[in-house]
Design a protein around this ligand. Structure first.
Ligand code: ATP
Length: 341
């Protein structure tokens, strides 16, 4: 477990002091994918670089399994850094070395030799899906392939934690998704804790289990992705959520729905957690003598569940409609009748 306590970083410049990270307290559990989101200048890079002491905190503690890294000697730090791999937006590969030699590099530094090193490199190439490309140079690879080399290199010495500094920001949307899928895959396969920073809510939505929102050096909101997405508290979080919401259920949209609807009861269903996965609508139709039409809505999948709203219209006999509504109420879903006929 990683615990950040009252973490602060102040850069002293001739033009004055810049507080890049200001009193950050976070707990990052083992085995999850923890995302930190914020606009440019929010302090994300400085924060993630303090997790492996590439940047020394001005104040506060970075505790890994109860040990404060700020108190480590350089030798202890070198050892602890082997337990934390890192990948970067611009890959930071060695351009004069092949894929194979890039991946072998951290093993050379760690003193892994001969057949053992060869076997490990082969294993890593397979893990990140770069079979057949081992003799290529970085300049001969696509952005996605370069990041795969970065990931393999970061994983070479079996770290417990992978730090990702805007790892997909230089990639197109399709390649971004394939790299995000790979991160989820290695998180599960290797039980690796992943901490990433990003300015894209899509990245948080697709792979993170927990999120912290940063603004001006501070964490302004944090929690399980599903909870934060369903009930964002801060304006900054709501702004980020707009990046992935194609339609909002504004009062106007709802009013239009009500105006346009013919006969039947209109019900707003709000799903959270696993309930959206359940085939509620088909169950309703099968169990009761009613017709159900979906009028409008969106269900978004996040790690650990789904959330979203559906507007449905139910037509049929009054007593059947009543029974159907009672049935909905027994499910893990909030239901509100917006209009009855
Ligand atoms: N080495 C440094 N020296 C001086 N100021 C710095 C240094 N690194 C970061 N800063 C300042 O700290 C603040 C936070 O920067 P940081 O790079 O951590 O933010 P960020 O959220 O990662 O943004 P970006 O995505 O643009 O890198 C900024 O005002 C930045 O100018």
């Amino acid at each position: 477990m990683i615990t950040l306590k009252s973490l602060r970083k102040v850069f002293e410049l001739k033009s004055g002091n810049v507080t890049a990270v200001d009193d950050v307290n976070l707990t990052i559990d083992r085995g999850g994918i923890f995302g930190i989101i914020g606009y440019s200048g929010a302090g994300k890079s400085t924060l993630i670089r303090m997790l492996n002491m590439l940047e020394r905190p001005t104040e506060g503690e970075v505790e890994i399994d109860g040990q404060n890294l700020a108190k480590f000697t350089n030798k202890e730090l070198r050892k602890s850094r082997q337990e934390m791999g890192m990948i970067f937006q611009h890959f930071n590969l060695l351009w004069s070395r092949t894929v194979y030699d890039n991946i072998a590099f951290p093993l050379e530094i760690a003193g892994v030799k001969g057949e053992k090193r060869h076997e490990r490199v082969k294993e890593l190439i397979q893990l990140v899906g770069l079979e057949g490309r081992d003799k290529s140079y970085p300049s001969q690879l696509s952005g996605g392939q370069k990041q795969r080399v970065g990931i393999a290199r970061a994983l070479a010495n079996n770290p417990k934690v992978l730090l990702c500094d805007e790892a997909t920001s230089a990639l197109d949307p399709k390649t971004t998704d394939s790299i995000l899928d790979l991160l989820v895959d290695i998180n599960k396969k290797l039980k690796l804790t992943i901490v990433l920073i990003t300015h894209e809510m899509h990245v948080i939505r697709k792979i993170c289990t927990e999120v912290a929102v940063m603004d001006n050096g501070r964490v302004v909101e944090k929690g399980r992705v599903l909870d934060v997405f369903r009930h964002p508290k801060e304006q900054m979080t709501k702004e980020f959520l707009k990046q992935i919401t194609e339609q909002d259920d504004t009062d106007e949209t709802i009013q239009e729905l009500l105006n346009d609807a013919g006969s039947g009861d209109i019900i707003q269903l709000t799903f959270s957690g696993t309930s959206a996965e359940r085939p509620l609508i088909s169950e309703l139709i099968r169990t009761f003598q009613i017709d159900v039409s979906i009028l409008h809505g969106k269900i978004t999948k996040v790690q650990g569940g789904s959330y979203g709203t559906l507007f449905i219209q139910i037509t049929g006999d009054q007593s059947e409609k009543k029974k159907a509504l009672e049935f909905i109420m027994t499910k893990e879903v909030e239901a509100e009748v917006l209009s009855r006929d």
